[in-house]
Design a protein. Sequence first.
Length: 269
Amino acid sequence: MVAYMEHKDLANEVISRERAGQIRDGVHRVQEQIALAEAAAGRPKGSVQLLAATKTRDVAEIMAAIDAGIRFIGENRPQEVSAKAEGLERQCFERGLVWNPLDAEDGEGVTMHLIGQLQSNKISKIIDPVDTVESVDSLSLAQKLSRRMDARDQYVNVYLEVNESGEEAKSGCLPQEAEELAYQLAAMPGLKLRGLMTVGAHVDDERVIRAGFAHLRQLRDAIRSSGEPGTDQCSELSMGMTGDLALAIAEGSTLVRVGTAIFGERAFI
Ligand SMILES: *Cc1c(COP(=O)(O)O)cnc(C)c1O
């Protein structure tokens, strides 16, 4: 049990108009930053999706973001997924939004990604609400997910998480292992390899941050053009957060994961 979950009711569905307005403004500000960064990089408008990173936020805060236009939400912890999924699904339904649409067009539905570490004993908590697991970083986790999905005759979308910065506290596989691991995941039943994910280096030097993002893009290009079984849909690059989203977009990000710039500082880690 994570300590802050005892302080805050994550299933709460009521917030003030003022708080909802802050969140709406945050979403719109980030959408503008994305549009500017797309233009600066010479990329088409709309080529970068915005995922709201919703750890420590309750159902009402997340619905305010959805009402402001968010269609992708990213949770870190299986316990939080369990606490919020029912309320989110019901509230989306009440608004006529499809929850976790498999083949819906953009804007028709809300999709939940898991962006935090997944222990294999928590797989059952996330398997129904989560559409995409962005944080697959080992062969053993991939095998467990694969077996579970295959036994249900279903599949889950996965990204391979790569620790581009090599910082020890971070999850993600080593960059030099990534390509081989991607080929193994891509060939597994019950998994669809959709892309790669990384967390930018925690440093001030922009060149170092950009180099990590650029390397992830090169890896994606190599994997997608490899001709290995199951790699042809490996197109997404999930990179860029509040502090480094413009750099990530300049290096080809297709999905930025933003928490603080939408919701404000987190009261709990
Ligand atoms: C919290 C988190 C984010 C968002 O971070 P902010 O700096 O608040 O935008 C993105 N990705 C992951 C994996 C996270 O844990």
